[in-house]
Write a protein of this length. Structure first.
Length: 91
């Protein structure tokens, strides 16, 4: 019949754990979010969280790469300009 997009349950769990760590501004967020990347790489909210996690880990190359991906997907994403300026100025 109809075939749904399958997202691994593990990826969903990794994403939500990463989001909890984002809320806590904990660098551990990056390791969890990166595990879920394959299933959520086209989700602007997910990419924005990856940018934040990269900032918390002081990893400018990753932050810039995820910023590039988010800009390609959604150039007007709210808050992207501020985070991009922060990356350039601080990490």
């Amino acid at each position: 019949m109809f075939e749904c997009n399958k997202i691994e349950e593990a990826s969903i769990v990794e994403r939500y754990i990463g989001q909890v760590y984002i809320e806590m501004k904990d660098p551990k967020a990056l390791q969890y979010l990166e595990k879920a990347y394959a299933d959520f790489s086209n989700d602007p909210n997910f990419l924005f969280n990856l940018i934040l996690a990269s900032v918390y880990n002081k990893e400018p190359q990753k932050a810039n790469e995820y910023t590039r991906q988010l800009k390609a997907l959604n150039p007007g994403y709210p808050g992207l300009d501020k985070v991009e300026a922060y990356i350039k100025a601080n990490i």
